[in-house]
Design a protein around this ligand. Structure first.
Ligand SMILES: NC(=O)C1=CN([C@@H]2O[C@H](COP(=O)(O)OP(=O)(O)OC[C@H]3O[C@@H](n4cnc5c(N)ncnc54)[C@H](OP(=O)(O)O)[C@@H]3O)[C@@H](O)[C@H]2O)C=CC1
Ligand SMILES: O=C1O[C@H](COP(=O)(O)O)[C@@H](O)[C@H](O)[C@H]1O
Length: 506
């Protein structure tokens, strides 16, 4: 890994504690971080270096995939961490920050590289960029990269404004916009499965694929993020970013090279091909939104969204949405992509299901066998793996046909100790690999698509459907798919009592 000073703005926050410090530790343990690095934690509250290192230790103990003990190895790691109290709005503080950064640069023989990680509320992004420049932190040898968290704006105009502020200081190539789903092993694996296997590509089109389903379901409610979520809702929180990104990866053409810009160019073409909604009626015909009310999840009674902390008791924010999306190009004409996400659903899972069309002629029909469609499923999390469902003869039967699955369970074989998304993304940003970060044109096109939905929804509230916590969302979400003669496939291989699943480990 190249050497760098990592400046973490928002170092006392939730993201730093749960994701970033554990990621640093895993990279260190895997010798991807080397010794020529320093991490400066920045936030307003006061902390000594020792207190900060204790905070980092606790976060690693609680959230990292490696065990930590206060031994020599820990001391050697912790020595790289320092803290400085800084208000983003105080430009003088940035001058002092430059001195600290330069001192650590010399101490750890870094050579000028700087990675600025903004784990902050987006309203502060513009000020930080401006003050980094004013404080002289962008001067000198080495690279200067900016890593920013989502949400990147609230809609297209606000995203454009934010982008313009940042672009006054940083070039696009030095801006790394995080979508942590792109750092997930199985999302990255979609491209490999598609482009490194001869047998999928010929089938990857509207001749053979009936529909594609992307489910991102969560059992949690809004937890302590009610204030943020009220403003955002499921469409902006998950739809504009993670879901459309996964859709683009499924739908994109093979790039000519696995170069970041080539891959992102191909995704942009998908975003440009999304069939936009012309009227509010079209939006209503192709989308469903819902909000959870009190219910039961895994035996535990949970409150409804409107009773959550920092949520308006009359809120109309959606905690669930489903949509039928079309990609209007030669490859995908006529193939619906169904996407759905929700909080307080029965299972935590992310899965992408490719449903294939039926065989042209069912020769088993005379024996009353209605064949199940073939499915290719990418399990993204928490289970990681790929399975392929097909029809086979039940052994010993007189030709009874049953669906069986070839099941590659990555998380069972390699263990759940696969790298966390943030580990991968931090590592990539430090290496200058922007493949799994979102480029501005992707972000803008995704907002353009989502804004049409949000504005149609904004016109009235009578189509916000309530669903009980612990269910699969409003019935209208099922109908959306049923209208086309399909159904949502059970996730996590948890069938609904209709399909027998055989599991053959490869
Ligand atoms: N938490 C999560 O799981 C996820 C978070 N994100 C995004 O990451 C970003 C950070 O989120 P999260 O960590 O949850 O937020 P928190 O509210 O937990 O943390 C915010 C941080 O910002 C600091 N801060 C606030 N104002 C200032 C200021 N004026 N000057 C300096 N520091 C300031 C706070 O420290 P202090 O009060 O000491 O100044 C704190 O360290 C947000 O953009 C969020 O949307 C994205 C995905 C998931
Ligand atoms: O970005 C977000 O993602 C999480 C879900 O991420 P996962 O990696 O746990 O699947 C979601 O809970 C949160 O609301 C959203 O902001």
């Amino acid at each position: 890994m190249t050497s760098a000073v990592f400046l973490i703005f928002g170092a006392t926050g939730d993201l730093a504690r749960r994701k970033l410090f554990p990621a640093f530790y895993s990279l260190y343990r895997e010798r991807k971080l080397g010794d020529r690095f320093a991490v400066i934690g920045l936030a307003r509250r006061s902390r000594t270096n020792d207190q900060f290192r204790d905070d980092v230790y606790e976060s690693i103990q609680e959230f990292a995939r490696y065990n930590v003990t206060k031994d020599e190895q820990w001391d050697a790691f912790a020595e790289h961490f320092e803290y400085m109290s800084l208000d983003i709005n105080n430009v003088d503080g940035f001058r002092q920050l430059r001195e600290l950064t330069d001192r650590l640069d010399v101490k750890f023989d870094i050579g000028g590289n700087r990675l600025f990680y903004l784990a902050l509320a987006p309203e502060l992004f513009g000020n930080v960029s401006h003050n980094l420049k004013a404080g002289g932190l962008l001067e000198g040898a080495g690279w200067h990269r900016l890593v920013i968290e989502k949400p990147f704006g609230y809609d297209l105009p606000s995203a454009e404004k934010l982008n313009a502020e940042i672009r006054q200081v940083f070039e696009e190539q030095d801006i790394y916009r995080i979508d942590h789903y792109l750092g997930k092993e199985m999302v990255q694996n979609i491209n490999v499965v598609r482009f490194a296997n001869a047998f999928f590509e010929p089938l990857w089109n509207n001749k053979y694929i009936a529909n594609i389903q992307i489910t991102l379901s969560e059992t949690v409610g809004v937890e302590e993020r009610g204030g943020y979520y009220e403003h955002s809702g499921a469409l902006r929180d998950m739809g504009q970013n993670h879901m459309l990104q996964m859709l683009a990866i499924m739908a994109m053409e093979p790039p000519s090279r696995m170069h970041p810009e080539d891959i992102r160019d191909e995704k942009v073409k998908v975003f440009r091909s999304l069939r936009g909604f012309q009227t509010a009626a079209e939006v209503r015909a192709n989308t469903v939104r819902g909000q959870y009310v009190a219910g039961n999840i895994k035996g535990e009674q949970v409150r409804g969204y409107r009773d959550e902390d920092k949520v308006n008791p009359e809120s109309t924010t959606e905690t669930y949405f489903a949509a039928r999306v079309f990609v209007d190009n030669f490859r995908w004409a006529g193939v619906p992509f169904y996407i759905r996400t929700g909080k307080r659903l029965p299972v935590k899972t992310t899965e992408v299901v490719v449903e294939f069309k039926n065989v042209p002629n069912n020769v088993y029909l005379s024996r009353k066998h209605k064949l199940e469609p073939n499915l290719l499923v990418f399990r993204v999390n928490p289970l990681e793996g790929i399975y392929f469902k097909m029809n086979a003869k039940q052994p010993g039967s007189e030709g009874t046909i049953v669906p069986v699955a070839m099941d590659f369970c990555q998380s069972c074989q390699i263990g759940l100790n696969t790298p966390e998304a943030y580990e991968r993304l931090l590592y990539d940003a430090a290496r200058g690999d922007s493949t799994y970060f979102t480029r501005w044109d992707e972000v803008a096109l995704a907002w353009k698509y989502v804004d049409k939905i949000a504005s149609a929804w904004g016109e009235r509230t009578d189509d916000l459907h309530l669903y009980s916590a612990g269910t699969w969302g409003p019935e209208q979400g099922q109908q959306l798919v049923a209208e086309d003669g399909f159904r949502w496939w059970p996730v996590n291989g948890q069938d609904e009592g209709e399909v027998t699943w055989g599991h053959t480990q490869m």
